[in-house]
Design a protein around this ligand. Structure first.
Ligand code: ADP
Ligand code: MG
Length: 469
């Protein structure tokens, strides 16, 4: 028996030690190979009686298939054994524990960390277009705490289980199960997207959306058709909120599709660590250097920052220590050049800002009889004021966008004349401001990522960004 009260079971060739955890169907132990290497592994003991009757055979076939899979974000299945009561899966040991523990010891994760985790976790599903059907933080493991790479566990099992059986329900899985799974008991691959939404929600807010004190309360929340509301704190980016809302759509036909999910700006698959990251970063640097030589500081700065967005994942991807160091040294140089360019760009920006303000004063004089225009100009001035505050970029951007919306409507109705010309200039100025700010916000994020990488070495950036919070 593999029950917790019974101590570790015996198994040929291995010494089983501490219990690492237990999930819905199994108990997992840390173990050492008796032979030469004394390799550390994790052994998962699945009681045969917890499987559907017809499933044992299928499961064994599935295990054979899983044994053939090697992927950086899948827990590797090395081998398996069985006896009359249990099936034993001998797996790669993940020293970092599971995502559930990772989240809860940190309370919440910053968006950037959550994003890297999502990209890791979904890479495999995306590449092979297969479903997991039981995604939850307990089934997502971390390779180590120093270099936390995510690995999906419990693969290929869900098909063999009845997810709504008593065991599953009692162990709290419905927290991550799509409503159609519980209510209709019929579902397809789209349930994974719901689960991803719940995991993301929990990573960012500290608890899943249906967190409940009792099973009755939980069931009510699952069966209700209320829209899932997102807490206001911590404040999240607009893209992140949008994605959460579209993942946590109860009706699977209205839920975000896989295609749209992978194309969503927050998921940002383009910047996911891959073999191409370095080439893309380098190509952007080449362009940046060219613009820099041409004296176009703003364009060069923007290109350097775009390049950094690929260097960060490129470093993530690189496993060779020497090559990693070489990339880091290069990145250091680009960051310094970007800093210099930033000084140049921001002083010319100050001049533009002053010009814009005096043009606006003139327009205001000519708008005395137009309260709506005056109000829109007020918004623009408020945006400019915010822009000069430290850290006010995001708010300023919102105000500019709001002001622009109003002014564009007014411009359309404005008869030809001097005021129309000024209005037109104002709209163009505001658009330029908004663009500039967008770039600034992006650049700050890139710099942040680069700094993290400088201090800690990139493979640790995930961890360090957690402690930065
Ligand atoms: P179940 O099928 O019962 O849900 P899991 O495979 O999810 O079993 O494992 C249960 C728990 O055991 C996980 O949540 C995790 O904490 C721990 N665990 C599982 N596999 C490993 C592993 N390879 N390395 C380290 N811990 C593991
Ligand atoms: Mg599990």
């Amino acid at each position: 028996m593999a029950g917790p009260g019974w101590g570790p079971p015996r198994l040929d060739g291995f010494i089983l030690t501490e219990r690492l955890g237990s999930g819905t169907y199994a108990t997992v132990y840390k173990a050492y190979a008796k032979k030469d290497t004394r390799e550390v592994v994790a052994i998962k003991c699945v009681a045969k009686k917890s499987l559907n009757k017809a499933s044992v055979e299928n499961l064994l076939t599935e295990i054979e298939i899983l044994k053939g899979i090697r992927h950086p974000h899948i827990v590797q299945l090395k081998d398996f054994q069985w006896d009359s009561d249990n099936i034993y899966l001998i797996m790669e040991f993940c020293a970092g524990g599971d995502l559930s523990r990772f989240i809860h010891t940190r309370r919440i994760l910053p968006e950037k960390v959550a994003r890297v985790f999502m990209q890791h976790a979904l890479q495999f599903l995306h590449e092979r277009s297969i479903s997991h059907l039981d995604l939850k933080p307990q089934n997502i493991l971390l390779s180590s705490l120093e270099k936390p790479h995510l690995k999906l566990a419990d693969f290929g099992f869900a098909q063999h289980m009845s997810p709504w059986d008593e065991k599953h329900v009692l162990r709290g899985s419905p927290l991550y199960m799509a409503p159609e799974m519980v209510c209709q008991r019929q579902y397809d691959a789209r349930v994974d997207l719901w689960s991803v939404g719940v995991i993301l929600y929990e990573a960012l807010f500290g608890q899943p959306p249906f967190a409940s004190r009792s099973f009755t309360e939980l069931e009510e929340k699952i069966r209700s058709n209320r829209v899932i509301e997102l807490p206001l704190r911590p404040p999240l980016s607009r893209d992140c909120r949008d994605l959460l809302q579209r993942l946590l759509e109860r009706d699977p036909s209205r839920r975000i599709s896989f295609e749209d999910f992978f194309a969503h700006p927050w998921v940002d698959l383009e910047h996911m660590p891959s073999g191409e990251s370095l080439a893309r970063a380098t190509a952007l640097v080449v362009q940046a250097v060219k613009k820099d030589q041409d004296g176009d500081a703003a364009a060069a700065l923007s290109l350097y920052c775009q390049a950094l967005d690929f260097f960060v994942p490129a470093l993530h991807y690189e496993v060779d220590a020497q090559r990693k160091e070489a990339i880091k040294a290069k990145v250091g140089q680009y960051v310094s050049r970007a800093e210099e360019l930033k000084v140049i760009v921001s002083s010319s920006n100050q001049a533009l800002l002053r010009q814009g303000t005096s043009a606006r004063d003139l327009l205001r004089e000519m708008a005395r009889d137009k309260p709506r225009l005056l109000a829109a100009l007020e918004v623009a001035s408020a945006a400019t004021a915010k822009e000069e505050e430290a850290g006010g970029e995001q708010d300023a951007l919102g105000l500019y966008q709001h002001g622009l919306g109003e002014l564009l409507v007014l411009l359309a109705a404005e008869p030809p004349g001097r005021r129309r010309e000024l209005l037109h200039t104002e709209v163009q100025n505001l658009m330029a401001r908004a663009e500039y700010l967008k770039e600034q916000v992006k650049m700050r994020e890139s710099r942040w990522a680069a700094e993290t990488l400088d201090k800690e070495g990139l493979s640790e950036s995930v961890r360090s960004s957690c402690t930065l919070q």
